[in-house]
Ligand binder design. Structure first.
Ligand code: DQA
Length: 149
């Protein structure tokens, strides 16, 4: 299985560190990317890290991952709660998918409690801050390694 992992981020996450820091913390998306690259290297994973405010771009990256990647870590942000299209794209991807939320969505407004993406995700991490991303990478590395054994 490919050791390439896509780390995909949805709308407004480009403002991470500046936007509602009491909820999302002070780390920027560039910090998260650096963490993912460092941990990815330790785990022997190649990382493709993307963010977009446009639903179709996230869908196109999932299609790209379908051809090349062994796993996807995705924080779909607000699209989590609205996007059947992202769910459909993930359903066409056959390898592990881990859904990450920086905040604990279950402690927040009721509309954040439902996730379309969770219908496909193999695991969900919420409320562990930006650490959730590297924990998700550890899980994907384990799933890839177990498949090889
Ligand atoms: C989020 C939670 C979503 O409800 C929200 O729309 C986001 C970020 C999180 O990482 O906690 O933009 O996915």
């Amino acid at each position: 299985m490919s050791r390439l992992v896509y780390v995909l981020n949805g709308p407004n996450l480009n403002l991470l560190g500046k936007r509602q820091p009491h909820i999302y913390g002070h780390e920027t998306l560039a910090d998260v990317e650096a963490d993912c690259r460092r941990v990815g290297q330790e785990l022997g994973l190649e990382i493709r890290f993307h963010q977009s405010n446009r639903e179709y771009e996230i869908i196109d990256w999932i299609h790209e991952a379908r051809e090349t990647a062994g796993g996807i870590v995705i924080n779909p942000a607000a699209f989590t709660h609205t996007s059947v299209a992202i769910l459909d794209a993930l359903n066409a991807f056959e390898f592990p998918v881990i859904e990450v939320h920086i905040s604990n969505v279950h402690k927040r407004e009721a509309f954040r409690h439902h996730s379309y993406v969770s219908l496909r995700a193999d695991g969900v991490i919420a409320g562990l801050g930006t650490q959730g991303y590297t924990l998700a990478l550890q899980r994907i590395a384990k799933l890839i390694n177990d498949k090889k054994a």
